[in-house]
Design a protein around this ligand. Structure first.
Ligand code: DGL
Length: 270
């Protein structure tokens, strides 16, 4: 048994890297649904069905606990999966809630009523499907009041990063930041709500300026998972190491992943 880590494609590798760094002795199975990526421009029903199929594939690997290392899946499918589909002995956790807890300075499991928090103006950068889901605003409203969220659908950035076109990715990030700043000139915090964005975090930070705190997910997710496994050690499983599975072409995906993370990664067919 291992902890499963799922993403539509390669973006979740930024989260997986942080998980391995934080928990080097934990076994993980990573599954990228590269055959169906990107999810960011799909409908909520599509994302739900694809995410359920991927989770079932990870169950077959013995993963009773799965992290959706994909904001789009976390935002568009997770709540519906937990409410209507997930068997009681399995757990699926997303990357959204740890980030919202960080922004609202809450501890995991703090179920007290929403309260005023320091941050009042939050910029959210994410895929079009994540922005359309309004999951960020919904989860935030459970925890905080009086926070103004301006969300920017960042079309094109995921594709540019996947294609290794750094110049295009940077240009798109700058134009998305400019577009958001026209609507919210002084955000206090910016949330990078897409697993690809840590790779261009510096560009976001530069374009936003020094007064904006940028929240990036990999380390926040790693802390949240380490904390969860402390409390629920039965989900740790046994063994060590990481297995990489893809629904796409393993040779092609391995090549791209190696470019993406700048170290050798070998995928097997899912
Ligand atoms: N990994 C997805 C996310 O975090 C983005 C990639 C996609 O659009 O499939 O939102």
């Amino acid at each position: 048994m291992a902890v499963g880590v799922f993403d539509s494609g390669l973006g979740g590798l930024t989260v997986l890297d942080a998980l391995v760094k934080r928990m080097p002795d934990q076994a993980f199975v990573y599954l990228g649904d590269n055959a169906n990526a990107p999810y960011g421009t799909r409908t909520a029903d599509d994302i739900f069905n694809l995410t359920c199929a991927a989770v079932e594939r990870l169950w077959a690997e013995g993963c009773d606990l799965i992290i959706l290392a994909c904001n789009t899946a976390s935002a568009a499918a997770l709540k519906r999966m937990q409410e209507t589909w997930l068997p009681g002995d399995k757990r699926v956790l997303g990357v959204f809630v740890p980030m919202i807890e960080a922004v609202t300075e809450r501890q995991w499991g703090d179920n007290s009523p929403p309260r005023e928090v320091d941050v009042k103006h939050v910029a959210l950068f994410a895929t079009p499907a994540t922005v359309a889901s309004r999951a960020f605003q919904r989860e935030l409203a459970f925890r905080a009041i009086g926070v103004d969220v301006e969300a920017q659908p960042c079309g094109g950035v995921v594709d540019a990063i996947e294609q290794g076109d750094e110049m295009l990715a940077e240009a798109l990030v700058r134009s998305h930041v400019e577009a958001l700043l026209r609507r919210m000139p002084k955000p206090q915090a910016a949330v990078l709500g897409c697993t690809h964005f840590p790779l261009v975090e510096k560009v976001f930070a530069e374009a936003l300026g020094p007064d904006v705190t940028v929240y990036s997910q990999p380390d926040l997710t790693a802390e949240a998972l380490a904390d969860y496994l402390e409390r629920r050690p039965e989900f740790r499983g046994t063994g060590t190491g990481v297995k990489f599975l893809t629904t796409g072409d393993p040779a092609r995906v391995s090549n791209k992943a190696t470019q993406f993370l700048r170290r050798k990664i070998t995928f097997e067919a899912a």
